[in-house]
Write a protein that binds this ligand. Structure first.
Ligand SMILES: [Zn+2]
Length: 184
């Protein structure tokens, strides 16, 4: 099911620089085998196949987090759909430090996730999955960045109806988790 989308939109998964997500083009098992070889000597192999929703983000490598984020993204596409006109949103996993967990820019149709912020606040993968779903929900909302800014000015960030709507989707993290956990 997941790979269907990789075929539809392969450019999403093309390596475009060190910070771009490169999930499992060759299949999940190949991806994991590569990890196993790479991290064998570091004795953190239990995370390679043993991540769960309570695993701390700070205990995961960039590649492992990209894997979780990629699986969550695919789950979002499968279950929440996407805007036909705009196509699949771009997804970027940044290595930079930032005060944001993540954001979506409508004009570029791109979600950017900052794992360092999750680590800093001692969050687990549960929060990471929830926030990816939150950002993905933003990609489906109507209107451009201008509308978002206007609503934020009127209601403030927290009460911005677009934020309230996106937050209401975060609780679906556990439904997503149930479906991806065997691949972690
Ligand atoms: Zn938001």
């Amino acid at each position: 099911m997941v790979n269907k989308y990789l075929k539809v939109n392969p450019k999403l998964y093309v390596h475009q620089g060190p910070e771009w997500l490169i999930p499992y083009c060759g299949g999940i098992s190949t991806f994991n085998n590569k990890y196993k070889q790479k991290y064998k000597k570091l004795k953190i192999i239990h995370y390679l196949c043993g991540m769960n929703c309570n695993t701390k983000v700070s205990d995961c490598s960039y590649e492992e987090l990209s894997h979780v984020i990629g699986l969550t993204y695919d789950w979002c596409v499968e279950t929440m759909g996407y805007k036909k006109k705009r196509g699949f949103p771009d997804l970027k996993v940044s290595k930079k430090k930032n005060s944001y967990y993540a954001y979506y820019v409508r004009d570029t149709h791109r979600i950017t996730i900052f794992p360092a912020t999750f680590s800093h606040h001692k969050h687990t993968l549960k929060k990471l999955i929830a926030i990816v779903i939150h950002e993905y929900r933003h990609t489906l909302q109507k209107g451009g960045d201008e509308k978002y800014i206007k609503l934020s000015e009127k209601y403030g960030y927290w009460n911005n109806p677009l934020e309230v709507d996106a937050r209401s989707y975060e609780k679906n993290w556990n439904i997503c988790y149930k479906q991806i956990k065997d691949k972690l």
